[in-house]
Write a protein that binds this ligand. Structure first.
Ligand code: ZN
Length: 270
């Protein structure tokens, strides 16, 4: 046994049950939301009165219309978001999914998160349905800029707006309010959901469509879902296993029941 966190992991019957389902399934897919990044210090923007969204209306500052109408105001908010998210590190929950993937127990991670922490943790098969802060693009000439370059441009710009060589403001590679989800990523996510025997829904309230539809796709194709999320979700009564404790503790217990150890998070990529 490898109860590395001192928890009596193997005595948690729900975690043992989930480990059994993972072991039996031919295809396991994870769907992750903001809750998996909370142990990394990322604010859960749904929590009232906390984090970056406490004093702003996201529809005003993180909407595609706001980007077009007033790039300076948009970037005064989004630049702060880039700085905050860019410094976060993957946590043990991200690492647990890497361990499952490396041992052939997890086919892919679909994430609503834009913080690229799955990528930095080492997940290979990753679908970022809301995009990511990893790059920003020019909507005029199509040039892409990496996060570090965008941060430098943001800091160096007199008006705080990172601009392309052509002069146009850069747009984060994140799906803003008022934008469609990337078609290819969504199609891949839907195919994964349809083919999964088991979907692990981790740290997502399962309320934001169309992503919230993915577990329903798994269910309607004969698969099962497990929900590891604090707080209720609309699909709780359909879950084969429902875990509602701390996401790191719960995944620790599941991996322990599988005889796996969560590796220490690798150092972040430069
Ligand atoms: Zn350009």
């Amino acid at each position: 046994m490898s109860a590395t966190n001192g928890r009596a992991a193997a005595t948690d019957p729900a975690a043992v049950r989930l480990a059994g389902l993972i072991g039996e399934a031919d295809s396991v897919v994870a769907l992750t939301g903001a809750g998996i990044s909370v142990p990394s210090g990322s604010p859960d923007f749904r929590s009232p009165g906390t984090g970056l969204w406490a004093n702003v209306n996201p529809m005003e500052v993180a909407h595609i219309d706001a980007f077009h109408r007033d790039p300076q105001k948009f970037w005064s908010f989004y630049g702060q978001r880039f700085q905050t998210l860019g410094d976060k590190r993957p946590n043990r929950a991200h690492a647990a999914l890497v361990a499952l993937e490396r041992t052939g127990r997890l086919d892919a991670v679909i994430t609503q998160n834009i913080d690229r922490l799955h990528e930095r943790a080492g997940t290979q098969s990753l679908v970022e349905v809301h995009g990511s802060i990893a790059h920003s693009s020019c909507l005029v000439c199509g040039l892409r800029y990496e996060l570090e370059a965008v941060r430098a441009l943001h800091e160096g710009a007199a008006d705080g707006v990172p601009r392309c060589d052509c002069g146009a403001p850069l747009k984060p590679g994140v799906v803003l309010f008022g934008e469609y989800l990337p078609v290819q990523a969504l199609a891949r996510a839907e195919a994964l959901a349809a083919g999964a025997d088991l979907m692990l829904c981790i740290g997502s309230s399962l309320e934001v469509y169309p992503v919230a539809q993915l577990p329903e796709t798994t269910l309607s194709n004969g698969g099962q879902i497990a929900i590891l999320t604090q707080g209720r979700t609309p699909l709780d009564r359909h879950a084969a296993v429902r875990l509602s404790g701390d996401v790191v503790d719960e995944l620790d217990a599941v991996l322990d029941a599988l005889g796996l150890v969560i590796p220490e998070a690798p150092p972040p990529a430069p």
